[in-house]
Design a protein around this ligand. Structure first.
Ligand SMILES: NC(=O)c1ccc[n+]([C@@H]2O[C@H](COP(=O)([O-])OP(=O)(O)OC[C@H]3O[C@@H](n4cnc5c(N)ncnc54)[C@H](OP(=O)(O)O)[C@@H]3O)[C@@H](O)[C@H]2O)c1
Length: 249
């Protein structure tokens, strides 16, 4: 049996794809031959612009609004993808938010918002994917290298990502027999709004120098790691966490 996803007809759903790492992943998977569902929560113009860019390059894409924290919206998004393309083969759980504070200074809103988007959001899409993904599919969850680095102020954020990694490992086993792989990609500091916003330039420069490769990651660096796991060459990789971070840890 050929367990590689079909390269010509497979459909990839990328959450949080209106900008940053998710947009780079959607563009890369489309360039590699997938039809792409570009999910977004609150940025329709950016999502539509990306769909236009993918189509201009000869790819196939649609946008799909859904707050991943809302289980009903996530179910509707999968139904829309199935109605448009007949099924979903690849799920990339990329949507995420980051709010930094020491645990002593973290309020309930900081905790609840990150748990609801990063953890519940990933749970919502994984549950749908476990029920619906076509055999031979791929699931890739965005974690973070801060799970290993554990820097001060990242407590709640890192905890949501550690939980995502744990859930990925469990799902790998629950999908036994369906030739679906489940892996996580854990970026280090990557030049996106999530990382750059609110940081003084000297902090950005210091974090950029931390990796032996002495630069920030680019969204395309992370998209390349995801494309490997989603493509034919990643077929034997299952239940792993791939830290894509220039060697920071
Ligand atoms: N950048 C880094 O240094 C870094 C490092 C490690 C891990 N990561 C992880 O990589 C992923 C992407 O991060 P990024 O840096 O590209 O962030 P970003 O530039 O802030 O983009 C986040 C994306 O997620 C979407 N989003 C946010 N909340 C959502 C929700 N509730 N439902 C659906 N979509 C939602 C946003 O779309 P809307 O504007 O439409 O809401 C946006 O497209 C995240 O999971 C993040 O934790 C990033």
């Amino acid at each position: 049996m050929n367990t590689s996803p079909r390269t010509s007809t497979r459909t990839a759903l990328v959450t949080g794809a209106s900008r940053g790492i998710g947009a780079a992943i959607a563009e890369r998977l489309a360039a590699d031959g997938s039809t792409v569902v570009v999910n977004y929560a609150g940025s329709p113009d950016e999502a539509e612009a990306l769909v236009g860019k993918i189509e201009q390059a000869g790819g196939r894409a649609i946008s799909a609004q859904a707050d991943v924290a809302d289980p009903a919206a996530v179910a509707r998004m999968f139904e829309a993808a199935e109605a448009a393309f007949g099924g979903v083969d690849v799920l990339v759980n990329n949507a995420g938010i980051m709010r930094l504070a020491s645990l002593a200074e973290s309020d309930d809103a900081l905790f609840d918002s990150q748990v609801s988007v990063n953890l519940k959001g990933t749970f919502n899409t994984l549950r749908e994917a476990a029920r619906r993904l076509r055999d031979g599919g791929r699931i890739i969850n965005l974690s973070s290298s801060v799970v290993g680095l554990t820097p001060a102020t990242y407590g709640v954020y890192a905890a949501t990502k550690a939980a995502v990694e744990a859930m990925s490992h469990v799902l790998t086993k629950e999908l036994r027999g369906r030739s679906i792989t489940v892996n996580s990609v854990a970026p280090g500091p990557t030049a996106t709004r999530l990382f750059l916003e609110g940081k003084p330039q000297e902090v950005i420069d210091r974090l950029a120098r931390q990796a032996p490769l002495e630069r920030l990651g680019e969204p395309t660096d992370i998209a390349a790691a995801v494309a490997f796991l989603a493509g034919p060459d990643g077929a034997w990789i299952n239940g792993q966490v791939l830290r894509a971070n220039g060697g920071i840890i």
